[in-house]
Design a protein around this ligand. Structure first.
Ligand code: SF4
Length: 374
């Protein structure tokens, strides 16, 4: 067993109050029991456990500062945390921050540049798309403030290494062309498109039925734009789908059959499973209270419960087993397979959307290969 990614919840609260957030608006109130910020003592323990993990597995992994909103630590708090993580992990482990961008300032950018940290900003598209859901605690829109942070980031002398891209949650009711044009004009290096959470018993926002294809039509339109764009920004989900149709492997959870080892460390040092499971009845907690205070991350990664959770990533439904697209699709995210009647033994609730996207990708790749051969 090896770990690819460790998410550090360094701040358990957020300065925004996005209405679709799986941390604060999916019925899990666990964040209330967490300290607002990870203490210096817990940070030091986390650094020690991460170094032990790197030594135990003999290969690097990524560390992502998450929240809540990690920039709530402030420039000073972040500076000491990032310096400690770099000393513990050396240069070979990637360290990045997932932020809503509102609190970005010159001091934070300088210290991230000094420690070779990548920043990904949550931005859903133009104001009319972003501000439908990404609001603050007073119900005010956040787009203008996020954009000001992105502009600072883009103007930084080390923007090329600092700015890794944006994370955009898809709203299938919006125009994919408008979203694509917006990100292109903004000059972002990459976009990670995410679907809204849901499952067979609680359909994702925007999906009329399990068999409907609102997300499939939306993302296929993005694919159509992407493949003819002479200077596109990178779209990891589509790069993965294209690589998989050509027989290669993916790098992002949710497509392909690669197993990913992900651990989450909460602000109080508790170790949990992948955050995305919060929105499903499986939950993100372990039955045992694993914590960096008493347990090494390697010990947790080798536990029976972690291995069972890890194996659960593999699709187990008969529909997936018989599906010609299984190697490309992978059955989707575990949380999206759930139904009250059959647990997790289902294709993803986005199965019809995935089929539409994969079939279009196969068509485009086939056409491209034919043209090249001719
Ligand atoms: S397309 Fe549907 S049936 Fe096929 S592997 Fe994906 S989720 Fe399973």
């Amino acid at each position: 067993m090896h770990i690819d990614t460790v998410l550090l919840k360094v701040a358990s609260r957020c300065n925004l109050d996005c209405s679709y957030c799986y941390v604060f608006h999916m019925g899990d109130e666990g964040w209330r029991a967490q300290p607002k910020r990870m203490s210096g003592e817990t940070q030091a323990l986390v650094g020690r456990r991460l170094r032990e993990l790197r030594d135990a597995q003999g290969r690097p992994f990524s560390v992502v500062l998450h929240g809540g909103e990690p920039l709530l630590l402030g420039a000073r708090g972040l500076g000491s945390l990032l310096g400690m993580l770099r000393r513990a992990l050396g240069a070979e482990c990637g360290i990045s921050i997932q932020t809503n961008g509102v609190l970005l300032n010159a001091d934070i950018l300088d210290l991230c540049a000094d420690q070779r940290i990548g920043l990904s900003v949550s931005l859903d598209g133009p104001a009319e798309v972003h501000d439908r859901f990404r609001i603050d605690h007073g119900g005010r829109p956040s787009h203008a403030r996020v954009l000001a942070g992105v502009e600072l980031l883009r103007a930084h002398r080390d923007a090329k290494t600092l700015f890794s891209g944006v994370l955009a949650v898809v709203d299938p009711a919006t125009s994919p062309d408008a979203v694509y044009d917006y990100f292109r004009e903004l000059g972002v290096p990459s976009v990670d498109f995410l679907y809204r959470d849901g499952n067979h018993s609680s359909l994702p926002y925007g999906k009329a039925s399990v068999g409907s294809t609102e997300y499939g039509r939306w993302i296929t339109r993005i694919l159509n734009r992407y493949v003819i764009d002479p200077a596109p920004f990178r779209i990891r989900m589509l790069d993965d789908i294209i690589k998989l149709t050509l027989g290669g492997g993916g790098v992002k959870e949710g497509v392909g059959l690669t197993d990913y080892g992900i651990l989450v460390i909460d602000a109080d040092g508790t170790v949990k499973k992948n955050d995305t499971l919060k929105s499903s009845p499986l939950g993100d907690g372990f039955s045992r209270d694993w914590t960096v205070r008493h347990h090494s991350l390697a010990e947790i990664a080798c536990s029976d419960e972690f291995l069972a959770y890890h194996r659960a990533q593999r699709p187990s439904s008969t529909s997936c087993a018989r599906c010609p697209h299984l190697r490309i699709c992978g059955g989707g995210m575990v949380a999206h397979r759930f139904s009250e009647t059959s647990g997790y033994e289902n294709p993803t609730v986005f199965c019809a959307d995935q089929k539409m996207l994969i079939e279009r990708a196969l068509e485009l790749v086939g056409h491209h290969l034919q043209t090249q051969a001719a």
